[in-house]
Write a protein that binds this ligand. Structure first.
Ligand code: ACO
Length: 349
């Protein structure tokens, strides 16, 4: 069966830099707390009006398409991963298709949060392997800054996230041994509510009795989003950080080991691990568990925060641009996040 390869890669981050000290204007926090717990020094926020998740995805896509030696008009399928879409519906895929003046190609949106890009890559890989498409654009992009609680109430979540986008173009390859060797997708919905944005939604709050009052006050037609829900901060992400942390440090190494074992490879064969940039402490735990040296793991959360679906392609692209990934290298992508979902991919560059 034909393998797919990353033929082009690009990323885009907005120009507006927000340091940890900048966040002190809005909430009770400190540079020391944020750096010690997460490793983050600064993050980027999109222009309030000029930039959206889609426009950032377009910027990253333009670079990836050019580097792949192709054009937007030759892309035959789009897969767009995000948790912060421009609209509740339709998804960002069609908005990107329109903005880039593509042909009337299929555009699929992926909703797997931090592991969204690796899920998207896996989906695209299957379409190349079957021969259905030959030039697939895979995008991960987020505009978190529009949907975070910047008061002290939301500080455990809001200090972590940043905006940005990354993109790759997948094409078939005939080169022996090159390309995506395998992808590995997992989920465990038992903990869906410990890292989630509850409203707007159709769940009718049956699992959060402590917020029942918001629903009791709502009239029919107001159950999707009401003033009371906003008063209760249900329109912002909720996260039980320590619980997420504990699971992430187990599941990320597990999926890396699974990928290696399926391909008959060892940890020492990895040339570059790109872990999802959720928290530098998580990445360091993973690195230690896998016994990898510093030069074999790429982290950039210090500069960008957690950009969710964009984090893996941004880090992958930066590592490649810095010459840290060369032809023939074994590159491993691994991500974990809300759902829970987690995923891994092994690539011979
Ligand atoms: N500034 C200052 N103090 C804070 C802040 C802040 N920004 N946020 C929380 N605190 C306080 C808390 O109120 C708490 O105070 P208390 O002890 O007086 O109650 C104290 O700091 C400790 O809070 P914890 O939440 O226990 O802190 P922890 O060390 O666990 O760090 C963090 C929190 C950084 C969120 C960590 O748990 C984490 O990174 N978890 C994993 C996050 C993750 O991987 N998410 C998945 C990706 S996101 C996605 O998929 C959408």
């Amino acid at each position: 069966m034909q393998r797919s390869k990353i033929a082009g890669i690009g990323f885009y981050v907005p120009k507006n830099v927000y340091t940890n000290d900048d966040l002190k204007k809005y909430m009770d926090t400190s540079d020391e707390w944020i750096q010690e717990r997460t490793g983050i020094k600064e993050r980027r926020y999109a222009d309030r009006l000029g930039e959206t998740t889609t426009t950032m995805g377009v910027e990253a896509a333009r670079i990836a398409i050019e580097r792949a030696g192709t054009t937007a008009q030759d892309i035959d399928f789009v897969v767009f991963a995000t948790l912060s879409p421009d609209y509740y519906f339709p998804g960002c895929g069609v908005l990107l298709q329109r903005a880039m003046k593509m042909k009337e190609v299929g555009a699929l949106d992926i909703r797997n949060q931090c592991s969204g890009f690796v899920y998207a890559l896996s989906v695209a890989d299957q379409f190349i392997k079957t021969g259905m498409y030959k030039n697939i654009l895979v995008v991960g992009a987020e505009k978190h800054s529009f949907g975070l609680d910047f008061s002290t109430r939301g500080r455990n979540v809001s200090v972590i996230f940043g905006d940005g986008a990354g993109a790759v173009v997948l094409q078939p390859t005939n080169k022996e041994g090159q390309g995506i060797l395998s992808t590995h997708l997992h989920s465990d919905g038992e903990s869906a509510e410990i890292l989630a944005m509850y409203n707007p939604g159709t769940h009718a709050n049956h699992w959060t009795p402590q917020w029942q009052s918001a629903f009791d006050e709502a009239e029919i037609g107001q159950l999707f989003m009401s003033h009371a829900m906003i008063d209760e901060a249900q329109n912002f992400p909720y996260m039980d950080g320590p619980a997420v942390f504990k699971k992430a440090v187990i599941k990320i190494p597990e999926v890396v080991e699974e990928a290696l074992s399926q391909n008959g490879l060892n940890k020492s064969d990895i040339d570059m691990l790109i872990p999802h940039q959720a928290n530098l402490r998580i990445a360091q735990f993973v690195q230690q568990k896998l016994g990898l040296s510093d030069d074999k793991v790429y982290n950039n959360i210090q500069k960008y925060g957690n950009t969710t679906a964009a984090s893996v392609p941004i880090a992958l692209c930066e590592a490649w641009e810095a010459g840290r990934i060369k032809e023939g290298d074994l590159v491993c992508l691994a991500a974990f996040g809300s759902g829970f979902t987690w995923a891994g991919a092994l690539i011979r560059w």
